[in-house]
Design a protein around this ligand. Structure first.
Ligand SMILES: C[S@@+](CC[C@H](N)C(=O)[O-])C[C@H]1O[C@@H](n2cnc3c(N)ncnc32)[C@H](O)[C@@H]1O
Length: 264
């Protein structure tokens, strides 16, 4: 992007010393830049409505998204905080050191699992890019619990419902048993159901949901972007639809039966 500095890309090791982007770095950068573009309406809305907007990047890994968001949005607007939550201490520590070197003073780092993370009581935008399996659900739970105005998740590999489809296949309705007989189909059906349940669950909590592609499929197979915008408190209609769907498929995803969240 024109506003993007080579210094940051070099610090993130996306750009080599010779100024080159290798194929993996280019793929990642394209995904992240595209996501930042798609987040602009949510950022503009949060920045217009709140004096000190809080963005949380859940399961942030190397925090590429956080750094790029900071450079392209938080730095020029001069306000807001960006919180990165990551379970692996070595990634979190490295990102923290990078932020200090770059002088990104409004970046905060929480090392630990999302379920227990100590975060501000109110979040304005929550993002989760490729948070593994049910970590996307934990991110959504954190965002909804803190009444995030906007949510944006790009789910990663999804094993939870594929496993339930396998273990509980005797009790599945016949159409679902037939759709999920083969491991590859089981993964796909499990993933489709997981995201459909996530969308309904968000609607039931008062979010207007848009499901779209992040980038072209040639850049990543994990390419579904689920956007939520909080429009009211809750929807009984969506709750009932979700209830009926879960009864029909006889599955029990973590999102609707989550473990108790910690005090954070
Ligand atoms: C596939 S990486 C994606 C990282 C980053 N968002 C990105 O797109 O580059 C998933 C990350 O989620 C972290 N993670 C998985 N479960 C988590 C949890 N429950 N709480 C916090 N982090 C988690 C992993 O340690 C890993 O760094």
């Amino acid at each position: 992007m024109p506003e993007q500095s080579p210094e940051l890309l070099r610090e993130l090791h996306l750009l080599t010393r010779g100024g080159q982007l290798n194929a993996d770095a280019l793929r990642k950068l394209k995904q992240v830049n595209h996501l930042v573009e798609l987040l602009r309406p949510a950022l503009e809305d949060a920045w217009a409505r709140h004096g000190s907007p809080v963005v949380v990047d859940a399961a942030s890994g190397n925090a590429y998204l956080g750094f790029i968001l900071y450079e392209l949005w938080l730095k020029p607007t001069g306000k807001g905080e960006l919180w990165s939550v990551e379970a692996r201490p070595e990634l979190s520590e490295r990102a923290k050191e990078r932020a200090a070197r770059l002088g990104y003073e409004r970046m905060r780092f929480v090392t630990g699992r999302l379920e227990e993370a100590q975060l501000p009581p109110r979040i304005h935008l929550l993002t989760a890019l490729h948070a593994c399996d049910t970590a996307t659900d934990d991110a959504l739970s954190v965002g909804v619990r803190r009444e995030a105005d906007h949510l944006a998740v790009v789910p990663c590999c999804q094993a939870e419902l594929a496993r339930q489809l396998q273990e509980g296949r005797e009790s599945l309705p016949e159409w679902l048993r037939l759709l999920s007989r083969h491991p590859l189909h089981r993964r796909e059906v499990g993933s489709q159901l997981t995201n459909a349940i996530r969308a309904l669950w968000l609607e039931s909590h008062g979010y207007q949901v848009t499901v779209t592609e992040l980038t072209g499929w040639e850049h990543s197979l994990k390419n579904e972007l689920i956007l939520g915008r909080r429009v009211h408190r809750e929807s009984r209609e969506a709750q009932q639809k979700l209830h009926r769907l879960l009864l029909e498929v006889r599955l029990r995803p973590r999102l609707v039966a989550p473990p108790a969240l910690g005090p954070g």
